[in-house]
Design a binder for this molecule. Structure first.
Ligand code: GLU
Length: 281
């Protein structure tokens, strides 16, 4: 049985782009008689707000998207994330790093999908583990796994290419995880077989596939969908006047009708679907 998920981070109100992502995950699960799971990615203590997590649940109910099973909270999995981090450390695949963003920006010579590629400064100077972030030694990791592939329902078979990210942070200074490690571990723990999310996270999947190989996790299929964008091509953002789902809900709009319009490709004025594959064939 397939299982999909919607995994919002409660650090801002959900908007129509999130609604679209939730509709994709929900409808793909329903089309295959599978499960639609909801996971709140609330490990960023500085930015996550419990009231926004509650708001997201209300938004989904208003859209008419019922999830299966209990809501999963990523913050309850920190011990599992830490254990996986220890395993990677014991394999000699992580090293501590104390560099600041500014130092990295000044020393980097290459740009990766997420910004400057880490130039490896701390790899060569045996940095102290206390208070460090822990980076993946990409060269060592790839030597261990060899070439890997992953499959996207829309884009087809992909040769994993995590090297372009360089030595990514897997354990943050303030957390026993990073988005990449936490999302990969939690998708496995939640039994997700079809990872549905926006195309903005397509490149991140190269890292997730590598982590699955290193940690012996099951390998799902991915479905990266097109993003809802403003007509000038920019991603939706509340600060540019795109009302949140909660604003629309409180204004008395019909959430189910909005979900249906998103399915049918009838978007509110000023919005369209960016490049990529639409919801369902
Ligand atoms: N929590 C992420 C976000 O809200 C999504 C993560 C994912 O789908 O893998 O952007």
């Amino acid at each position: 049985m397939i299982a999909t998920r919607f995994a919002p981070s409660p650090n801002g109100s959900l908007h129509l782009g999130h609604a679209y992502a939730a509709v994709v995950a929900h409808d793909l699960a329903r089309a295959h008689g599978g499960l639609f799971r909801l996971r709140i990615e609330d490990i960023d203590g500085a930015r996550s707000r419990p009231e926004l997590a509650r708001e997201a649940l209300d938004d989904l109910a208003w859209l008419g998207l019922a999830w299966d099973g209990p809501v999963r909270y990523q913050s309850q999995r920190l011990a599992d994330h830490a254990a996986a981090g220890e395993r990677l450390k014991s394999l000699g695949l992580l090293y501590p790093c104390h560099c600041t963003r500014a130092e990295i920006a000044a020393a980097a010579t290459t740009m990766g999908p997420d910004g400057p590629v880490y130039p490896g400064t701390c790899k060569h100077r045996a940095a102290a583990p206390e208070g460090a972030a822990w980076r993946l030694d990409m060269g060592k990791a790839l030597a261990l796994t060899g070439p890997l592939n992953w499959y996207d329902e829309c884009a087809g078979l992909q040769a994993a290419d995590p090297a372009r990210f360089g030595d990514v942070v897997l354990l943050r200074k303030d957390l026993p995880a990073s988005y990449h490690l936490a999302a990969t571990l939690d998708d496995a723990a939640d039994g997700i077989t079809l990872v549905t999310r926006g195309l903005d996270l397509f490149a991140a999947t190269h890292i997730h596939r590598l982590l699955q190989a290193l940690l012996g996790l099951p390998v799902p299929v991915w479905h990266h969908h097109a993003l809802l964008v403003e007509t000038d091509g920019r991603k939706l953002a509340k600060r540019r006047g795109s009302p949140s789902l909660a604003d629309r809900r409180r204004a008395g709009e019909d959430g189910r009708a909005i979900a249906q319009a998103l399915r049918e490709g009838t978007f509110p004025a000023g919005l369209s679907l960016g490049e990529g594959v639409a919801l369902l064939p």
